[in-house]
Ligand binder design. Structure first.
Ligand SMILES: [Zn+2]
Length: 479
């Protein structure tokens, strides 16, 4: 029943009452019928006394058992010793492999206080490191809002990429591996593909020997490798120094991603392609993707970099996983997105009626799903492509306000949905009948979210989407 910590406090209280009564260990031991050495173990918190012994000790020292087992340290010195004992038995301290201090009777209080000061600071720093997800969310939100102001466009990096591509002899079409290697060579680097990169890295650059180590291609010809090589080079070209805080880290990551995107779809060629497609009223993410040999996600995101600045079109980009949680997002067209109190949107669940989620229920998922959605901020037209990874299904959506749908392929779709989110009645609250049917008759066990931006979904059960749970139960109960 008693933990080590409680035993320490108990031991201190027994010692306090013994010395107050002017008894030695052996004298009290004789009075209660145990050896003085046994009593010493109890006073040091190393052994738990039986209740009968506690009663005998209370009687011999003129106190009550309730007083002996009180959780309060008996005096200031004992409080210091108990706190030190607690600190030295914590896993944070034990991980350091430093031998704990043994407190002797003659050790001054100031010495213990000084050691405790170090322990408190160690604990505070550990806590700070753990609090990083909060900081990460805040920094992420700030960066997203800053990029929104800039219409997701960074002209300096666009220009740098065009210059580097020109120097490497690239003129049009998809960027080849060969060209990426030439770009690296011009920077004084050799690209090496190894299968033993540290798990926590995407690439490692050996500045002394001019080598960039990259993982081997998992999908031959995929654009992932070119992108990773370009990102590794970008750190160098953009003059990055080790990030000082999380915001700095995110900024650098955004810049290297941006540089790689500029190389894979250069501004001049990309804008020319999009302007022609707009003229033909045939804008499509899939065409943009195929023309430059990139993923659907990269093509969609690249549209947000170029279309507001060059085609005067506002738009949104969403990457949503099968649970409906936003994993990557950009908007400057006022699409109503879910948002937490800090203004963060990543990890939150988008409206069930959005194209980004409706697309999962389409029978034919090889082509884009087109949909109009009426929202409190107006009507939006969206095109969504679904895909899957080892981690599960996801969807990529690019959409525009109603007026701009006329430039896009798929504008003639008759699919139309109404969303009133963030109104809970839109899609978050389970329908009344089904909620009544299952309330108090269901017990889902929540799965732990590993995504660091994921807050717990709200509902009848913490961490669980009750709407989905009830629908699931209904479906299976009917069989
Ligand atoms: Zn909704």
């Amino acid at each position: 029943m008693a933990s080590g910590l409680e035993l320490t406090t108990l031991g201190h209280r027994i010692r306090h009452h013994r010395t107050h009564s002017g008894l030695t260990l052996d004298e009290l031991g004789a009075a209660v019928g145990v050896a003085g050495s046994q009593l010493s173990l109890i006073e040091n918190g190393k052994r738990e006394p039986k209740l009968s012994l506690l009663q005998a000790i209370a009687e011999a020292t003129g106190t009550e058992v309730s007083d002996l087992i009180s959780g309060e340290p008996p005096n200031r010195r004992a409080a210091l010793e108990i706190e030190l004992d607690r600190a030295q038995s914590s896993s944070v301290f034990r991980q350091l492999g430093i031998a704990p201090v043994r407190v002797s009777k003659g050790m001054p209080d100031e010495t213990i206080e000084s050691i405790l000061g170090l322990h408190r600071e160690l604990y505070r720093r550990e806590r700070e490191a753990i609090a990083t997800p909060e900081e990460a969310r805040r920094a992420n939100t700030e960066l997203r809002l800053k990029m929104r102001e800039l219409h997701n466009h960074l002209p300096d990096i666009e220009a740098l990429a065009e210059k580097q591509l020109k120097a490497a002899g690239h003129s049009s079409g998809a960027l080849t591996h060969r060209t990426v290697s030439i770009m690296a060579e011009q920077l004084g680097f050799e690209l090496l593909y190894v299968d033993d990169l540290p798990h926590s890295t995407r690439s490692v650059t050996d500045l002394e020997h001019g080598r960039i180590y990259l993982p081997p291609a998992s999908i031959p010809g995929g654009h992932g490798l070119r992108s990773m090589a370009l990102q590794a080079m970008a750190h160098r070209m953009l003059g990055h120094t080790p990030p000082t805080d999380y915001a700095d880290f995110l900024q650098q990551r955004l810049e290297i991603n941006y540089f790689a995107a500029c190389c894979l779809i250069p501004e001049t060629a990309g804008v020319a392609f999009l302007q022609q497609a707009k003229k033909d009223r045939n804008l499509a993410v899939e065409d943009f993707r195929d023309a430059f040999g990139v993923t659907h996600e990269a093509a969609g995101m690249r549209m947000t970099n170029l279309m507001t600045v060059h085609l005067d079109m506002r738009l949104h980009f969403l990457r949503v996983d099968e649970s409906g949680a936003l994993t990557r997002v950009y908007e400057n067209d006022d699409l109503p997105l879910p948002m937490d109190v800090t203004g963060s949107v990543e990890g939150l669940t988008v409206c069930r009626k959005f194209s980004a989620r409706e697309a999962f229920s389409q029978r034919n998922r090889t082509t884009e799903h087109y949909q109009y959605t009426d929202t409190p901020s107006g009507t939006f037209w969206c095109s969504t492509q679904t895909g899957s990874t080892d981690g599960g299904g996801f969807s990529i959506t690019v959409g525009v306000p109603f007026d701009d749908a006329r430039w896009w392929r798929g504008r003639e779709t008759t699919d139309r949905a109404q969303s009133t989110c963030p109104d809970e009645a839109c899609c978050r609250r389970p329908p009344a009948g089904i909620a009544e049917r299952w309330s108090n008759k269901a017990w889902p066990s929540a799965r732990v979210h590993t995504h660091m931006f994921s807050p717990l979904p709200r509902g009848a059960f913490p961490g669980v989407d009750d709407n989905e749970v009830y629908a699931f139960l209904d479906r299976h109960a009917a069989q």
